[in-house]
Design a protein around this ligand. Sequence first.
Ligand code: NAD
Length: 260
Amino acid sequence: MTLQDKTCIVTGAASGIGREIALTYARAGGKLVIADLNLPAAQAVADEIQSAGGSAMAVAMDVTSEEQVNAAVAAAVAAFGGVDILVSNAGVQIVHPIEDYPFADWKKMLAIHLDGAFLTTKACIPHMKAAGRGGSIIYMGSVHSKEASVLKSAYVTAKHGLIGLCKTMAKEGGPFGIRANVICPGFVRTPLVDKQIPEQAQALGISEGDVVKNVMLRETVDGEFTTVEDVAAVALLFAGFASNALTGQSIVVSHGWFMQ
Ligand code: NAD
C-alpha cells in the first residue's frame, strides 16, 4: 500500500485517465479527492471507491477558476487533513488548422491545461509545505509535450508548457521534498479521443479507420493504443517514489510512438 493514508487530489477524475488513476491510488491506500467539472460523474467515481472499502470525496472544480480551485482544495484539506499528491489531469482537445482556430478556443485550451495546472499547484503547495512531509505533483502531459501534430497548435503549445512548469516546481519544491513530474501518454481510447476521431477524419478528408491506423497509431511499435491502466501505473510510480531522485522528469508511455 504505497499511498497509505496519503491525500490525493486528481483533477478531471470523473472520466478516462483521471478516473483510472483515482481508482489505482485508492487501491494503493490513498484518500481520494475526485475533482471535476462534472460533479455527478465525480460522485459516481467516489462512490465506486467507497463501495470497494476506500476513502474518497467528490468536489466540483473548474480548474480555470481560481475561486473554485481554492475552495475545492480547502474542502479536501478540511476533510482529509492535508494534500500529499496532486494530479493535474483535467483536459480537453479542440482541433482546427491554425487559420480556422477560433481565438476563444485557443484561450480556452491554454486556460484548462496551463491555468489549471498553475492554479491547482499554487493552491496545494502551501499545504504540502506546512505539513512538512513532502509531496508529489504530477502533470498530465502528452506525447504532444515533446512532439507536434497538425491541427493541434493550442494543445501542443499547452502540453509543452507543462514541462516548463514541472521543471520549475521541481526546483521550488525540492528543498521541501515536493517532487514534480510529467506523464506523456500516447493515444488512449477515452471520450477525449473518441470525439477526435470523426473530427480529424473530417478535417483531413480521410476515413475514421485511417485516422486510427495512419494518424494516431502509425508511429507506434505495434499499432496499439496506450491504456488508462498503463498511464495509471506510471502515475503510481511518480506518486509513491520515496525521494527527490525522481523529480523534474517527463516519462513517455506511448507504445514507442515517441522515443527520447
Ligand atoms: P476525458 O475526456 O476522458 O476526461 C477529461 C475529464 O476532465 C472529464 O471528466 C472532464 O469533465 C474534465 N474536465 C474538462 N475540463 C475541465 C475543467 N475545466 N475543470 C475540471 N475538469 C475538467 O479525457 P482523458 O483522455 O482522460 O484526458 C485526461 C488528460 O490526459 C488530459 O489532460 C489529456 O490532454 C491527457 N491526455 C490524453 C490522451 C488520450 O489519448 N486520451 C493522451 C495524452 C494525454
